[in-house]
Design a binder for this molecule. Structure first.
Ligand code: PGA
Length: 258
């Protein structure tokens, strides 16, 4: 089955609202010059930029996503944002379990699982991130780690929800380092992820699930990565901050017919 491509930018903690609005204007101009109907596009921005971006991208093909959310609907969780709060302002995409959150903000497979449940309950599409560290890869544990994260994150999630998920394979050693996984390495792991999804949900469901690659995706390597049979999109950090670069990455899908 031909899966649609999905390219998302992850702005991390970059850009003020003023800068975000300028980005949106420039990116819309680029899309008007060269539309990319073959892919779904989104920008995942810091919380304070989301409302302005919703406004700035209204009527365009670009979705707006958050980078994190809490698993509770509401409660005494100072500093946190819930899924219904995101939904209220029109945000229906959210990165869950990014490695930076696992590393610096004590996210665990268990909190990731609860956040995925909460995202589905609120009809937010999660971009569920998994990936091994360099130490784990060097120790020959990459597949075991990725399988553990995937199974734990999806624990108890029914097939009807899982098919709506986006899985982002992001080897930690390739994030922000300029060191991309080779297309073969990325494909190998994304195929393994799909096999694991087959064992969880069956062939038909696994075939529908979008798997992105993330980690130093750039205009120069996007086409080769996106051409891989099990890579259905990209989660782009640094290169998504520059409208021309992000547009060029998104446009890489125009070159391919799967
Ligand atoms: P990068 O980040 O493209 O800057 O490596 C990717 C990510 O963290 O999602």
């Amino acid at each position: 089955m031909a899966r649609r491509k999905f390219i998302a930018g992850n702005w991390k903690m970059y850009k003020t609202t003023a800068e975000a609005t300028v980005f949106a204007q420039m990116f819309r101009m680029l899309l008007e010059e060269k539309p990319i109907p073959q892919a779904d596009l989104a920008i995942c921005a810091p919380f304070t930029q989301l409302a302005a971006l919703e406004e700035a991208f209204r009527g365009s093909s670009v979705g707006v996503g958050a980078q994190n959310m809490h698993f509770a609907e509401e409660g005494a969780y100072t500093g946190e944002i819930s899924a219904p709060m995101l939904k209220e302002i029109g945000v229906d995409i959210c990165i869950i379990g990014h490695s930076e959150r696992r590393q610096y903000f004590a996210e665990t497979d268990e909190t990731v699982n609860r956040k995925l449940e909460a995202a589905f309950a609120a009809e937010i599409v999660p971009i569920f991130c998994i990936g091994e560290t360099l130490k784990e890869r060097d120790a020959g544990q990459a597949f075991a780690v990725v399988e553990r994260q995937l199974r734990a994150g999806l624990s108890g999630i029914p097939e009807a929800n899982a098919v709506e998920a986006v899985i982002a394979y992001e080897p930690v050693w390739a994030i922000g380092t300029g060191r991309t996984a080779t297309a073969d390495q990325a494909q190998e792991m994304c195929a393994f992820i799909r096999q694991t999804l087959v064992s969880l949900y069956g062939v038909e469901a696994a075939d529908r699930i979008c798997i992105q690659y993330g980690g130093s995706v750039k205009p120069e390597n996007a086409e080769e990565l996106l051409a891989q049979p099990d890579i259905d999109g990209a989660l782009v950090g640094g290169a998504s901050l520059v409208p021309e670069q992000f547009h060029e990455i998104c446009n890489a899908v125009s070159a391919m017919v799967k």
